[in-house]
Design a protein around this ligand. Structure first.
Ligand code: NAD
Length: 316
């Protein structure tokens, strides 16, 4: 039983150094075996996870020596942060390390949707040369609606603005004159206004009890039939069946999902839809972001275990 338990696939130069210097057990699949995890965590002082390990009350209760839970990533929906706080365990995360990568994937998905890149590729590979069939639309002049205008939303909006898109955002915690909106002539609107006005809608809110199923069938039906929907936040923020139904009824033009209600997802009618792009939760998976994420959690674990203050502490 080791001092530092790493329960998912978290690798890189900083992790190698941590393993050389300290007592670390890295088991990329441990998150799948809850009984074994509960045993192995008994003596652990630090736990390093991504988003698959469920760090709930039961797990925290099984870890009387735990000083720090380090989440390699941003969303903390898999960690009971309140209970950890109550128990005096520090929760760290990596708030800025992968935002840019998520923003860039979102822009990539938007371009792929509007220019039908995956469909055109598939058609060409099977012998087609159908130029007119794959006529797309420009981003320029279109309205981009962001649900959630935090770190990732803002970086995505800045890039969309550079393409000449008009920016609107719905975020209940943002002031109407927030500087991040002002600098790109963006407008704060209600979620209903955003759904009916935007040509592309992208979701960047966290998953909380308030945002679970924030968008249902009824919401997708309020979108323009020519509009596209992108989700790189968390799968449970939308009702996936509702989106599927709305797509089948042509209430919107297409969608791109990096995140799903269940991961890995079960078979879904979305798999057969030409106007849907599905990726396996890869938004944060770039070499650069992964290096930054692993550097950050390893640094915070070292600091806390040597009695110092961590850098990226999450306060619930
Ligand atoms: P952030 O906290 O900086 O921003 C989230 C924003 O959402 C905040 O401005 C908040 O006010 C807003 N918000 C909260 N409730 C809302 C609601 N009901 N409607 C609209 N907006 C609401 O977080 P971030 O760093 O921008 O990350 C956002 C989310 O992206 C994370 O919580 C995480 O779940 C997800 N994420 C996904 C990946 C991936 O690999 N696909 C990677 C990183 C982060």
């Amino acid at each position: 039983m080791s001092d530092i338990l790493v329960t998912e696939n978290i690798q890189g130069a900083s992790m190698n150094r941590l393993m050389n210097d300290l007592d670390v057990e890295l088991d990329a699949y441990l998150w799948q075996n809850v009984n074994l995890l509960q045993k192995k965590i008994q003596n652990a002082k630090a736990l390093i996870v991504r988003n698959q390990t469920q760090v709930n009350r039961e797990l925290i209760d099984a870890a009387p020596h735990l000083k720090i839970i380090a989440r390699a990533g941003v969303g903390l929906d898999n960690v009971d942060t309140h209970y950890a706080h109550e128990k005096g365990i520090i929760v760290c995360y990596t708030p800025d390390a992968n935002s840019l990568s998520v923003a860039e994937l979102t822009i990539g998905l938007m371009l792929a949707l509007l220019r039908k890149i995956p469909e055109a590729r598939q058609d060409t590979l099977t012998g087609g040369w159908n130029r007119v069939k794959f006529t797309g639309s420009e981003l320029y002049g279109k309205t981009f609606g962001l649900i959630g205008m935090g770190r990732i939303g803002t970086l995505t909006a800045t890039r969309a603005h550079a393409f000449g898109m008009k920016i609107i955002a719905a975020d209940p915690y943002l002031a109407f004159d927030a500087p991040q909106l002002k600098q790109m002539n963006g407008k704060l609107v209600s979620q209903d206004e955003l759904l009916s006005q935007a040509d592309v809608i992208s979701c960047h809110s966290p998953l909380t009890p308030h945002t679970k199923r924030l968008l249902t069938y009824q919401h997708f039906c309020r979108m323009k039939p020519t509009a596209f929907f992108i989700n790189t936040s968390r799968g449970e923020v939308i009702d996936e069946k509702g989106l599927t139904q709305a797509l089948l009824e042509h209430k919107l033009a297409g969608a791109a999902l990096d995140v799903r209600e269940t991961e890995p997802p079960k078979h879904s009618p979305l798999n057969q839809m030409e106007n849907v792009i599905l990726t396996p939760h890869i938004a944060a998976f770039t070499l650069e972001a992964q290096d930054r994420v692993v550097d950050s959690v390893c640094e915070d674990v070292r600091l806390v275990l040597s009695g110092k203050k961590a850098i990226n502490v999450f306060e619930p």
